[in-house]
Design a protein around this ligand. Structure first.
Ligand code: SAM
Ligand code: SF4
Length: 326
């Protein structure tokens, strides 16, 4: 079966699969009022996930990241990992988490087949962490990271969104932290969502600013591997940790796009920021629909646009990234 490719020659081996919109944190840039159930949400079940994974694997997907909302809040989260792990075409299973349940479950998830974890830690100062996430859980999350390393995860990636006037002063403590720890730190530039322009204008810190601070501090750019996607990577010989910068406002950011997204309600999103999502759910009910599902995927890929329109302030319909997994 031919691989997923768009009309600009980009190939898509990487799927971000959201399994829930629910979250127990209230990050100010994502869900400042917490998750609000709307009574209609019915997230993909295990059979639907199985059919989804099988179809994507057949058209070249090799890496799946399970995300959310907070994916680990699903009671069947370990079963979801197993479904992905059982598909022998998928060689990398990753997840993004706020780390809340990591301490308790890292070993179980590793044993089920999960191999990569990104934990969101927006500050190393417990008070600032609380202020940004709305949860006083810094110590618990840090214990979760230790538990993951002990469980066998070789490297843990940390995601941090640096925000002007909040945690932007934490950059030196982040750099100090990864001096002796094998941590991949990823700074994600704040993206404007449908939540409102005011927050963005007050707290947006440009990725270019962070980059110049790193270069002044002796960090050098290292060539990116294809699987890095749009991240720019940096290293410093006297530091065990590495840094990746995700700068969606940088020119050519979209040129290396290698990922597709499916929301927890089974909608395909070709880009975080451009459209409503295309419903796949009618074709996820039975494995016999797989050829039709694959045809729909190819048809949609042919329509993928070259770039997002964030520069023009067009954020698409993405109200917040918890609905689509970041
Ligand atoms: N709940 C999990 C977590 O926080 O890691 C997974 C879902 S969360 C939507 C995925 C990532 O998106 C997190 O690292 C979060 O910091 C990031 N994120 C959320 N909203 C964002 C925004 N407006 N701009 C940049 N990154 C954002
Ligand atoms: Fe929840 Fe993650 Fe959004 Fe924070 S960034 S509110 S942890 S979904």
């Amino acid at each position: 079966m031919s691989q997923l490719q768009d009309s600009f020659g980009r190939r898509f081996h990487y799927l971000r699969m959201s399994v829930t919109d629910v979250c127990n944190f209230k990050c100010t840039y994502c869900l400042p009022d917490g998750y609000r159930p709307n009574g209609r949400d019915k997230f993909l079940g295990l059979d639907e996930i199985n059919n989804l994974v099988a179809a994507f694997a057949e058209v070249g997907t090799q890496k799946i990241r399970i995300t959310g909302g907070e994916p680990t809040l699903r009671k069947d989260f370990t079963d979801i990992i197993r479904i992905v792990a059982d598909n022998d075409k998928i060689n990398t299973i990753a997840m993004t988490t706020n780390g809340y349940r990591l301490e308790q479950h890292a070993k179980e998830w590793y044993e089920a087949g999960l191999r990569r974890i990104n934990v969101s830690v927006d500050s190393l100062d417990p008070k600032m962490f609380y202020q940004i996430t709305g949860e006083n859980k810094f110590d618990k999350v840090m214990r979760g990271i230790d538990a993951a390393l002990e469980a066998g995860f070789e490297r843990v990636k940390i995601n941090a969104v640096l925000l002007k006037g909040l945690n932007d002063k934490d950059l030196p403590s982040f750099l100090h932290w990864i001096k002796n720890s094998p941590i991949d730190l990823r700074f994600i530039e704040l993206m404007e969502t449908g939540l409102g322009r005011d927050y963005f204008q007050t707290h947006h810190l440009s990725g270019a600013d962070i980059k110049s601070q790193l270069i002044t501090d002796g960090w050098s750019r290292v060539p990116s591997a294809v699987e890095d996607g749009p991240a720019q990577n940096f290293s410093r010989s006297d530091h065990k940790g590495r840094i990746g910068l995700i700068m969606p406002y940088e020119q050519h950011f979209c040129a290396s796009c290698n990922r597709l997204r499916v929301s927890a309600n089974g909608k395909l999103h070709l880009c975080l920021f451009t459209e409503n999502g295309v419903d796949l759910r009618d074709l996820l009910q039975d494995p016999s629909h797989r050829p039709e599902l694959i045809e729909r995927l190819h048809g949609q890929l042919a329509q993928k646009k070259e770039t997002h329109f964030l520069h023009d302030g067009i954020t698409g319909v993405t109200q917040h990234l918890a609905s689509i997994g970041g």
